[in-house]
Write a protein that binds this ligand. Structure first.
Ligand SMILES: Cc1cc2nc3c(=O)[nH]c(=O)nc-3n(C[C@H](O)[C@H](O)[C@H](O)COP(=O)(O)OP(=O)(O)OC[C@H]3O[C@@H](n4cnc5c(N)ncnc54)[C@H](O)[C@@H]3O)c2cc1C
Length: 434
């Protein structure tokens, strides 16, 4: 462990140990170094929170994109209820706090040497490493699907250009066409996301291309906020949405696509010719986490009290890449985890005892203009059924069918207030002098 030394401690030549005792001569060195891989909801939260709460720490944020376009709230854009520019956030606010922003991709992590090698071969040393690279796709799970195929049959499941590809294809399709959404099995990013997307696309079709249909091909038997979504499908889009959940007889997992013909085929043998296909493939932790040995079975196990990696010392994994039990893979979760990770790192580097993390999630879903539903819970480390430790939910809530229009409008307004608040907290944190 490398405690941060105050100027006074440097002068005295002593460093505090983890137990808080002044014991041995300090190694003359600069500020403790924290490298954060990934400038999304999780990584940017850690970087900004750490720098504003412990300004003496040297924080470097590695992110290949000059600006971040959020996947969260992007369904509002897909449905024509929010503009694309408002989803995009630069890193200037984080840079202004003194964080070094490195616009490159992390190519390799050496957890023994405590280094990160960037794509341009620069080597960064760290005392603590934060890995928050989001998700990657299991391209090979669907025959015919690939990054090239996604230009025609977008997943739109990571922020950026893919969102515009999907929106532009919806705008360009003829009235009377079929839109197909392929939803994967859990775990994946944003469990209610495919059903919210179905609602906002169906809203677009209803208002612009009313002869069109939307077919959901789902690899699952049940899904998040099911009762409230089901009510919305029937109330607003009964002529448009056809939901095919996998059941005991038919498996609606999409197994093959043909971007040249628009065909989407399921395991059960159903083939649909789609005018627009939104193919959401099965997912894994971000590739850098897999390549660096931080994952088991595609996702990264962590200590639920701190999000310290179960696979490597001095490394934290958070956000969508981490195994967080029932805590959904959401931006709200990633931000909540990021606050806890920043507090844990600051405590460790300042040789204070860290406090176990407490987390929260809320996910809003727009089902129609002025109508939104939500689900959420608090999470704390504790025993799970079966004896393992993990994140235990409490105070859980979920929107129910039959809620009043007023309640739904209030939930809709909450969602539209949440987005700018959260992105402001993440990308424009308060700065403090060291
Ligand atoms: C359609 C849709 C709707 C959603 N709606 C909501 C919502 O309403 N509410 C909600 O809370 N969540 C929502 N989400 C989920 C949310 O977007 C994710 O859970 C959240 O972004 C996860 O944060 P993260 O930091 O783990 O990953 P990300 O936000 O994806 O950030 C990962 C970052 O890491 C970078 N990166 C990857 N590899 C490397 C590397 N090797 N080197 C350097 N950088 C790297 C990427 O460029 C990216 O910027 C939605 C998702 C989708 C798809």
């Amino acid at each position: 462990m490398a405690p941060i030394l105050t100027r006074r401690q440097f002068g005295a030549g002593f460093a505090a140990t983890a137990s808080g005792l002044l014991s041995r001569p300090a190694i003359a060195r600069g500020a403790a170094k924290v490298v954060v891989i990934g400038g999304g909801a999780g990584g940017a939260t850690v970087a900004g929170t750490l720098k504003s709460t412990a300004p003496a720490i040297d924080v470097t944020l590695v992110e290949p994109h000059a600006a971040y376009t959020t996947c969260f709230f992007s369904n509002a854009y897909i449905g024509g209820l929010y503009d694309y520019a408002s989803l995009t956030h630069g890193y200037g606010g984080l840079a202004a706090t003194g964080i070094s922003i490195v616009n490159d991709r992390a190519g390799a992590i050496d957890t023994a040497k405590k280094t990160v090698t960037l794509a341009n071969k620069t080597v960064l040393e760290y005392d603590r490493l934060v890995v928050a690279p989001g998700i990657d796709f299991q391209w090979s799970a669907i025959e015919g699907y690939s990054p090239q195929a996604a230009e025609i049959m977008p997943h739109a499941w990571r922020g950026g250009d893919q969102l515009q590809v999907l929106r532009h294809r919806l705008e360009a399709m003829d009235d009377g066409g079929t839109v197909v959404i392929a939803a994967p099995k859990l775990p994946y990013r944003c469990p209610p996301g495919p059903y919210e997307r179905a609602c906002v696309i169906a809203h677009f079709l209803k208002t612009h291309k009313p002869k069109s249909k939307l077919v959901i091909l789902d690899a699952k038997m049940t899904y998040a906020k099911q009762a409230a979504f089901q009510e919305a499908f029937e109330r607003y889009y009964s002529d448009i949405i056809e939901l095919n959940l996998t059941n005991d007889i038919d498996d609606f997992t999409v197994t093959r696509v043909d971007p040249a013909t628009g065909e989407v085929a399921t395991k059960a043998g159903l083939t649909i010719k789609a005018a627009v296909a939104n193919i959401i493939p099965p997912q894994t932790a971000g590739a850098i986490a897999l390549q660096s040995g931080l994952a088991d079975l595609g996702w990264c196990p962590v200590d639920p009290a701190s999000f310290v990696s179960a696979k490597a010392p001095n490394v934290y994994v958070l956000g969508d890449s981490a195994v967080a039990n029932e805590m959904p893979k959401s931006a709200f979760s990633a931000h909540s985890q990021g606050l806890a990770v920043a507090a844990h790192i600051a405590a460790e580097l300042e040789a204070r005892p860290p406090t176990p993390g407490r987390y929260r999630n809320t996910c809003w879903s727009i089902v129609a203009p002025d109508d939104a539903i939500k689900i959420g819970a608090d999470y704390a480390p504790g025993p799970l059924p079966g004896g393992k430790s993990g994140l235990v939910p409490s105070n859980a809530f979920v929107s129910k069918p039959g809620e009043s229009a007023g309640e739904r409008k209030a939930t809709y307004n909450e969602a539209f207030a949440w987005y700018p608040t959260l992105t402001g907290q993440i990308f424009k944190p308060a700065s403090r002098k060291s």
